[in-house]
Design a protein around this ligand. Sequence first.
Ligand SMILES: *Cc1c(COP(=O)(O)O)cnc(C)c1O
Length: 390
Amino acid sequence: MIPYGRQDITQADIDAVVEVLHSVHLTQGPAVPKFEEAVLDHCGTRYAIAVNSATSALHIACLALDLGPGDWLWTTPNTFVASANCALYCGAQVDFVDIDPRTYNLCPLALEKKLLDAEKEGRLPKIVVPVHFSGQPCAMESIHALAQRYGFKIIEDASHAIGGKYKDEPIGNCRYSDITVFSFHPVKIITSAEGGMALTNDEKLAERMGLLRSHGITRSPSLMTKPMDGPWYYQQVTLGYNYRMTDLQGALGASQMTRLEKYVTRRNQLAENYDVLLKDLPLTTPWQDPDGYSARHLYVIRLHLSEIGFNRNRVFESLRADGILLNLHYIPVHTQPYYTDMGFKEGDFPEAENYYQEAFSIPMYPNLTDTQQIQVVAAFKKALSQKITS
Ligand SMILES: *Cc1c(COP(=O)(O)O)cnc(C)c1O
């Protein structure tokens, strides 16, 4: 089977993890700060807080920005549920902004329109979470300009996008946002098995997220709210969680970081190959915004279903029979049962829903060979040439 995504683990990665196993600290040792440093070096950001997942990073990012009951967080429906759930963890409410039909990212024009209406109704969002879907950066300059006008904060969900660039600068530098979040789940660009990171240039936000990551406990006198009892002393100054990353994960992440550029280059090469190989088929290949350099986490095609004459399940099954496993990113979040129970319904965000009817993520990972790629394309050609017989 050729999957849609797969991690790359080298001997150097294994050695790095084994070294930690032989060391004194399995967690809270030097490996996590080293990983944080490597990511900061790449992004050119001031502070990084490594945690056990991007979901945790989104949660502490929302808390650090004081999201709570009575507040709204807006995000795109074309994302993993975690981008929206983080608001609910804080007791806040979620709403969505429909996608741009070319980039599949949160549409800045739809955002502007929704902000105008929300202002009249007195329910402007406190936070907007643009998601760099598939690794392609959102229109951050426009979204940032709207944040200035309407006073909301921005958390970039860059779970797909480490190694990518926006206007020639690395995603994660927080030039247009308050906080950027990365995921290091094995399907993403680099992995620490499970893991995530929140980056910011704001010292106060970094301090808060640092506390929230580890029970709200500090050993640093400057963060204490009462005098210190002695050298053994620590204080809990807020309610935090155990969201820490282990040193095993930190070592794996730091080792993977050394190959980030290589991975993203290879992914872009594969994408360019697909663009050429698929160009005469009844499907749309991913449009690339000239402002961005995508990390190419996903290669999403949109089937021209009316031209093809049969439904996408048949395409999925035909490829599976040929040993190729497609995936679909994403089922629009507002159509999930948990969200429809909250009052969202089909038809609320038509661009995201139309996209969902036609999209497939096809195999894309650094170790995918050119030969396998040709196999994928051949399987598509076969599937799409089948005429409806029954
Ligand atoms: C993977 C992903 C997450 C969650 O990442 P975890 O590290 O698994 O918690 C959040 N948002 C997006 C867009 C993702 O793709």
